[in-house]
Design a protein around this ligand. Structure first.
Ligand SMILES: C[S@@+](CC[C@H](N)C(=O)[O-])C[C@H]1O[C@@H](n2cnc3c(N)ncnc32)[C@H](O)[C@@H]1O
Length: 254
């Protein structure tokens, strides 16, 4: 509790996002990352490796981007910043919340690394907006990455909609539309990487996997994306919660 309070105090957050609970969520993630470091190490290493594979592939293209736009990077747990600086002249870390590590990196590399405080859905200030109109466009000259973010995007805006009295099926429809708009925005980038939590898993004899993003791999495969890695993330290992659970992860690039 005290650790979370301290992490909360050190986390910088967009005011509208703070009202929906993002600062609290970011602080909780920082503390869990510290507590579960041993269990999460492989997942974080695989995420970093997938980002590097995608970035290096972009640098080999004829229109190689000089800039990286990395969404969900404000805590800097899973971004191989130093190696990515060998690939790009400038790296924008995009998030609604920033841990001190991200600000320290921006100070360490002035003019090369920046913290961009932006809501990538455009819905946090007004969750009732249409996601297709609200999503801010991505820079068209950058390698754009979305890092373990897609399943998180609808959670707090959808909570806010439920609290406003919207019916659950309508809230679910809006959550899916918001995720669709995020993938559509990435689809327009010249080079992109998308790392997703595809399914919720339970060790045997637990319940069957629950698909979190039904149909998405098929849609990505049909629109020019290539899956280049998959792995398992023991998100809540045995002892952490009553029913241990994990995530089936996938890394895609185009
Ligand atoms: C589950 S974390 C992803 C893991 C993260 N890359 C790390 O370093 O641990 C989700 C991140 O996305 C950010 N985020 C969630 N919704 C966002 C939004 N609408 N716009 C920008 N960032 C968002 C959160 O603040 C958080 O830092």
């Amino acid at each position: 509790m005290i650790a979370e309070l301290f992490a909360w105090w050190r986390t910088d957050c967009l005011p509208a996002a703070r009202r929906l609970g993002y600062r609290r969520e970011a602080a909780a993630l920082v503390v869990r990352h510290r507590r579960l470091g041993r269990h999460w190490a492989d997942h974080l290493a695989r995420t970093r490796a997938a980002l590097l594979t995608s970035a290096r592939q972009a640098t080999r293209a004829r229109d190689a981007p000089k800039r990286a736009w990395i969404m969900g990077a404000g805590l800097l747990h899973d971004v191989p910043l130093d190696q990515l600086l060998d690939c790009f002249e400038r790296i924008d870390l995009v998030d609604v919340s920033f841990a001190p590590a991200a600000h320290d990196a921006a100070r360490r590399y002035p003019g090369r690394v920046a913290c961009v405080m932006q809501d990538v859905t455009g819905l946090i200030a007004d969750p009732l907006r249409d996601p297709r109109d609200a999503t801010p466009p991505l820079p068209d000259d950058a390698w754009c990455a979305s890092v373990n973010l897609l399943s998180q995007l609808p959670l707090l805006p959808c909570d806010a909609l439920l609290q406003q009295g919207l019916a659950e099926p309508e809230v679910e429809r809006r959550g899916r539309a918001l995720q669709h708009a995020h993938v559509e925005a990435l689809q327009k980038a010249a080079h992109a990487c998308l790392i997703i939590e595809y399914a919720q898993t339970h060790p045997p004899p637990g319940p069957a996997d629950m698909i979190l993003l039904p149909g998405l791999p098929e849609r990505l495969g049909a629109s020019g994306w290539r899956q280049h890695d998959s792995w398992h993330w023991p998100l809540n290992p045995r002892g952490e919660t009553e029913l241990p659970e994990g995530r089936a992860m996938q890394a895609w690039s185009r």
